[in-house]
Design a protein around this ligand. Structure first.
Ligand SMILES: [Zn+2]
Length: 220
């Protein structure tokens, strides 16, 4: 008998399970898509299409307090990384995984940087497959204006300057760390404007960006 909190599948709502068999199968089988964004010069690899089950699991994890989804999501990210290595898409040594930043209010609300968990899962898998990799948490978000009620184009414009380098952290990087090949890691890409802004900041700081790894994109 469950007295305190009813447990439901984060993907479909089925009672008394963290994830039902069907939704577990979905999250454990990343489909790996190459997303084409004409404004982004780098390949964007998405683990999933934004299906109803994936959308619900992501939202439950991001905003619904379902930290029990973390292990499943880490599993998916590691599997995806392994697939990319098999496909020879990450054929680089000396990799730095940079989590896309969250706003201060999101960090406070969620009490975690989700993208940091994703970056650490990627690093774990790369190391397990003998690729030299570290996590580089060097970006922060600086929100100038509220993003609500803006069109995609306006959002894009407002993003300029919204991402900054964590100077104190970046300054302490060794020369070897500064020459790392960067994988930018995000959870969900909507318009892609934050992604492009992160890349711009990293490039301006002299980093070499390889690709973007994301759980899913909401666009086409
Ligand atoms: Zn389910």
């Amino acid at each position: 008998m469950r007295l305190i909190w009813p447990l439901n599948c984060a993907g479909c709502g089925e009672c008394d399970v963290h994830l039902c068999k069907k939704c577990e199968e979905v999250i454990k089988t990343p489909t790996l898509r190459l997303v084409v964004d004409k404004d982004c010069n780098y390949p964007i690899y998405a683990a999933f299409s934004y299906t109803a089950a994936i959308r619900r699991i992501m939202l439950a994890f991001k905003d619904g307090g379902r930290f029990d989804m973390l292990a499943y999501i880490r599993y998916a990210v590691r599997k995806m990384t392994s697939n990319l290595l098999t496909l020879n898409e990450l054929k680089f040594e000396n990799i730095g995984c940079v989590p896309a930043p969250s706003s201060f209010s999101s960090l406070k609300r969620r009490q975690m940087l989700q993208t940091g968990h994703l970056a650490s899962a990627i690093v774990s898998q790369l190391r397990a497959e003998h690729v030299d990799a570290i996590e580089l948490d060097i970006l922060k978000q600086h929100t100038k204006k509220k993003q609500v009620n803006y069109s995609g184009e306006q959002r894009s414009k407002n993003k300029s300057g919204s991402v900054q380098l964590k100077i104190s952290k970046a300054m302490t990087l060794s020369s070897q760390q500064r020459t790392r090949n960067i994988i930018l890691v995000d959870d969900i890409i909507t318009t892609g404007s934050t992604t492009r802004e992160c890349i711009r900041v990293l490039e301006n700081a002299g980093f070499r960006v390889l690709c973007v790894i994301v759980l899913c994109t909401t666009g086409s």
